[in-house]
Design a protein around this ligand. Structure first.
Ligand SMILES: [Fe+2]
Length: 257
């Protein structure tokens, strides 16, 4: 049995009186079912790929909404990591978000066995300031310069690596608005990852639909959003199992290059 982990993205959960996005009124219930699914499968951890909530009545209400959600998903015995999305900062400051997630780091790495997992923060403005309380343009997310240097250092040690990010590191260039879904410094990141030669897959949020791209020898997998599903769908909460020759995305084998 290989390492297993669960993924979810773009819940966009809206409070009963708040603006709805697709089926966003239901997604808090969905994530509870998803977390139970991860716990039942013996997942070692889960990752939220960002955009967990829709705007609330005001910042205080948004703070409570996100805090309640984080507290809930932490109650399943499966540690949940988070790559923040732009919607975390539509009403909250970076300080608020760090308080809710009880952390002082927005990007970090951890190892399990022979594998390395990198949680990225793609919510930086062009001037490297962090997204905070509407102080950003959702079309322009990036990895900060300091973070890029950290990434280079991490990848100097050639461990089998899996990356998690809200803004995409790669997306179909043919798609309209593709540029806005990817980090603005993507070409540099592609070069770094390709030359490191140890990044197997990048799991990304932000786009709300499942996609799988193979680009420069790396798998890029977009995780769907439950707000697009008419009812709870376990496939919106995929389970990844790492194997020697690749990984299972639910039951689909994605082979190691
Ligand atoms: Fe989103």
């Amino acid at each position: 049995m290989g390492i297993k982990f669960g993924l979810f993205s773009d819940l966009h959960y809206s409070l009963p009186h708040a603006e709805v996005r697709g089926n966003s009124k239901r997604t808090f219930e969905d994530v509870q079912k998803g977390m139970q699914r991860f716990a039942d499968a013996g997942a070692e951890f889960a990752v939220s790929l960002g955009d967990n909530t829709q705007p609330a009545g005001d910042a205080a209400e948004q703070f409570d909404q996100l805090k309640t959600m984080v507290r809930k998903w932490n109650s399943y015995g499966v540690p949940v990591h988070a790559s923040f999305g732009n919607h975390e900062f539509s009403q909250l400051s970076i300080e608020n978000v760090l308080e809710i997630f009880q952390t002082d780091k927005t990007y970090y790495s951890f190892d399990i066995g022979d594998c390395r997992f990198l949680i990225l923060d793609s919510c930086y403005n062009p001037d490297d300031s962090h997204f905070s309380e509407e102080n950003f343009d959702w079309r322009f997310g990036k990895l900060a310069e300091e973070e890029v240097n950290w990434l280079i250092e991490k990848l100097a040690d050639k461990k089998r690596t899996f990356i998690f990010t809200h803004y995409n590191l790669y997306y179909d260039p043919e798609e309209q608005y593709s540029e806005w879904y990817q980090v603005t410094n993507k070409e540099r990141i592609w070069d770094i990852m390709e030359s490191a030669g140890c990044v197997e897959a990048v799991f990304q949020g932000h786009h709300h639909t499942y996609h799988h791209f193979l680009f420069r020898g790396i798998h890029f997998v977009n995780i769907p959003s439950p707000e697009r599903s008419p009812e709870y769908n376990p496939h919106d909460f995929p389970i990844i199992e790492l194997l020697k020759n690749g990984f299972l995305y639910n039951d689909q084998l994605i082979e190691r290059i």
